[in-house]
Structure formats: C-alpha cells, structure tokens
Design a binder for this molecule. Structure first.
Ligand code: ZN
Length: 175
C-alpha cells in the first residue's frame, strides 16, 4: 500500500459522498485500516475518516485518548468502524470545540447530539450496535459527517470559528 497522507479542505474528495464497503472489501481492509490508524497517531488525531486520506469509502477510526490537542479526552482503543450508521440521537445537544486534521490551524465550537446509538461493522465484518456519549459521540458524528461530504465548519456559527492561536488563548482564560 502506498504511503497515505492527509488531504485538506479544498480537495473535492472531502465534499463527496463516500461509498459503502462490500463484504469483500471489508475482508481486505486490514492493511488500509492499519495505515489509517498509523497516520492518525502520527498527527495526534482522535479520529480520522477514509476520505481524509483520499479514499472515498465508508470507514473511519475513533481513538479518543488524552493528548495535547484534547487533554480531557476519555481513553478508547483505536477502533475501526466500517459502514457506520446513526440509529438514534438524543434531542439533547452539547456544544464543544472541534478541530480537524484536514483543516489545520482552525477550531470551531460545534453543536452535537449528546448521546447516540450506532451500528457499524468491525474489520472482521462483525456487526456491532452500541451507544456512545459525550466526547466519543462527538468524534463519531464528526467522522460520519466526513463520509457525507460535511466538515465541522459547516455546522459552526461564524462567531464560533477561531484560529489555533486564539483557541489557545481562550483555553488559557477558561481554565
Ligand atoms: Zn475531521
């Protein structure tokens, strides 16, 4: 597999509807998902979607852990989610800051559903139905948006978009 790299906003792949993986593609997905996890770790992401490396297929990794970008993140092993679906979403919303490896240097406050029920397939094709809340639910919604050509800025009000420098200042004041 050739080395993957992250594509940035402006690349039309980030605006495309990603394609559902067939069972044969899922069987053969391990090397690609391994590379996706590697590149996510390299950039200290807590999630990454296949379109972000130029592959317009319905797959993403969720890997919440405390790190420099998200010091209060809960711990979750990097988990590949294939053909993910949102089954239910709470009416209750929560606003919090997000960033994106494809939109470096920008942060925005985004409203997300606080709790969600989801279904996805694992790398071995097993169907999982589970519930997420808080930060992990936020990552899932952010990554699912990538599969539908949506980026987090699309969901942010114009007063809620700031540069990384301004974000750092805001965090310094609020903590
Ligand atoms: Zn993103």
């Amino acid at each position: 597999m050739p080395a993957l790299d992250i594509i940035q906003l402006g690349n039309p792949i980030l605006r495309a509807q990603a394609v559902t993986l067939t069972s044969v593609q899922i069987e053969q997905s391990a090397p690609f998902l391994g590379s996706l996890k590697d590149i996510m770790s390299k950039y200290q992401g807590v999630g990454i979607a296949a379109p972000q490396v130029g592959q317009s297929v319905r797959a993403f990794i969720v890997a919440s852990r405390p790190n420099a970008r998200y010091p209060h993140a809960p711990l979750m092993e990097p988990t590949a989610m294939l053909n993910p679906e949102l089954l239910w979403q709470s009416d209750e919303m929560e606003q919090d800051w997000e960033g994106c490896l494809s939109i470096p240097g920008i942060r925005a406050k985004v409203n997300r559903h606080k709790r969600i029920q989801v279904r996805y397939q694992t790398e071995s094709g097993q169907v999982i139905e589970t519930e997420f809340d808080g930060f992990i639910a936020r990552i899932f919604q952010h990554e699912l948006d990538h599969l539908n050509g949506i980026v987090f800025l699309d969901r942010a009000g114009k007063h809620d978009v700031v540069t990384e420098n301004e974000y750092q200042k805001l965090m310094g004041i609020s903590q």
